[in-house]
Design a protein around this ligand. Structure first.
Ligand SMILES: [Zn+2]
Ligand SMILES: [Zn+2]
Length: 416
């Protein structure tokens, strides 16, 4: 018997935190923060036997240093790529917390304490803690991302974390060869819909790039630093157009290239990255705007970062285009832009005259692939987390597919 207590990400996307009690070991899978409003999960007991971080995104890793601030003294396990990328994001998140005027949840010193207590397990490897064996397998979501597998004498539990089954330009699809899984704790971000065909999305993006640059315009791509920046770079790199990168995506790409096994084709990314221009200062940005080019820059939801500079200078230009390629959370500058075409930030409120498109290059799987995965593994129990529609999906899995599926609320405990 295993107790699963959802501390965060119950019926919501954000602040993943799942407490597992095997009867002999207490383990914590992820400890994330709600990125937009900085919401925190419930606090776990601090006598944990181990913390496992599935990937670097802050909704999974963002509060792990707080455990050490609160007095946790044990180990945190993750892949080496997750370690290197998450430390960049954690440091950046402290700046953001400061900027938003929020009392920081931990200090830079706690990131260091976590680093000292981090034990690396790569995907395909495992560790024994007491009577439990925990291993990691790739989840195909971003470089370094893992699924976590827990085995005890009588039970086998799989936590998908964020998962993508198909190959993308950057990532190979998730590992799916599992035997005898009794319980799946599954993300359900896109349980309500299917994504458009990936290949046609890529073709459409290349078309927009060609149309824009042949017209002497600039194509502006706001992109998340981890995963999306590199994916867009790979999709567009062989068109022969000048590409300029700006913002945190540059440092993150360097980190990713230090872990060539975490991606599909490190040589291709390395050469696309070395060919791309890098803008770091406003003087460089000003000269980037002189010629037709593709600009890939943070932040992905347009809330800050160098995208502000480019929007200020490009919003009036009808010959330029902007394409959003990722989910825009309610309340962000990017969401307002998507819904209204207005760019509203820092005292600026302007209508954009640039051509606009939204292309859904999600790093999460979708509804059909989730159902296919459950049917393949045929577990006794499915526990849905990390989705705004988790309850509806659980009902559907019970009624139409005969699974014992549930979608616990935060704080709720399930015994499997
Ligand atoms: Zn993620
Ligand atoms: Zn997530």
């Amino acid at each position: 018997m295993i107790d699963i207590r959802v501390l965060g990400s119950g019926r919501e996307v954000g602040r993943s935190a799942i407490l597992i009690d095997t009867g002999t070991e207490k383990l914590l899978f992820d400890y994330g923060i709600e990125v937009q409003d900085m919401g925190v999960p419930k606090m776990p007991p601090l006598n944990l036997d181990g913390v496992f971080i599935s990937h670097a995104h802050l909704d999974h890793s963002g509060l792990a240093p707080q455990l050490y601030a609160a007095g946790y003294e044990g180990r945190t396990f993750m892949t080496s790529a997750t370690r290197d990328i998450s430390y960049e994001l954690l440091k950046d998140s402290l700046h953001v917390q400061k900027k938003k005027g929020i009392r920081p949840h931990f200090l830079p010193a706690h990131i260091n304490v976590m680093e000292e207590n981090t034990k690396i397990i790569e995907n395909g490897e495992g560790v024994s803690i007491g009577k439990s064996k925990i291993s990691l397998e790739s989840s195909g979501h971003i470089p370094g991302s893992s699924q976590t597998i827990l085995e005890t004498k009588n039970d086998k539990l799989l936590y998908t974390a964020d998962i993508k089954f198909i190959d993308t330009q950057l990532m190979s699809g998730a590992h799916t060869e599992f035997d005898d899984v009794k319980t799946i704790i599954s993300e359900s971000t896109y349980s309500y819909t299917d994504h458009p065909d990936r290949k046609s999305l890529e073709d459409r993006l290349r078309e927009i790039a060609q149309e824009t640059l042949y017209n002497n315009g600039i194509l502006l791509l706001p992109a998340f630093a981890v995963g999306r920046t590199q994916e867009l770079l790979l999709i567009l790199s062989d068109l022969g157009f000048p590409i300029v990168m700006d913002g945190m995506g540059i440092e993150i790409t360097e980190k990713i290239l230090m872990h060539p096994d975490s991606i599909r084709d490190a040589d291709k990314l390395a050469s696309a990255f070395s060919e791309a221009g890098k803008a770091r200062r406003d003087s460089q940005r000003a000269s980037v705007l002189q010629e037709p080019c593709i600009i890939i820059t943070t932040s992905g939801m347009m809330n800050g970062g160098p995208i502000s500079y480019y929007m200020k200078h490009l919003h009036k230009r009808k010959d330029c285009a902007i394409v959003q390629t990722g989910f825009q959370v309610e309340g962000t500058v990017g969401r307002v832009f998507k819904d209204t075409g207005r760019y509203v930030t820092n005292g600026l409120d302007v209508n954009s005259h640039m051509k606009y498109d939204f292309l859904d290059f999600s790093a999460h799987t979708d509804r059909s692939h989730l159902i296919e995965f459950y049917k393949k593994l045929n577990p006794e129990n499915i526990v849905l987390v990390h989705g705004d529609h988790a309850e509806d999906f659980a009902a559907e899995l019970r009624e139409e597919h005969g699974f014992n599926a549930s979608a616990p609320a935060n704080g709720e405990k399930i015994n499997v």
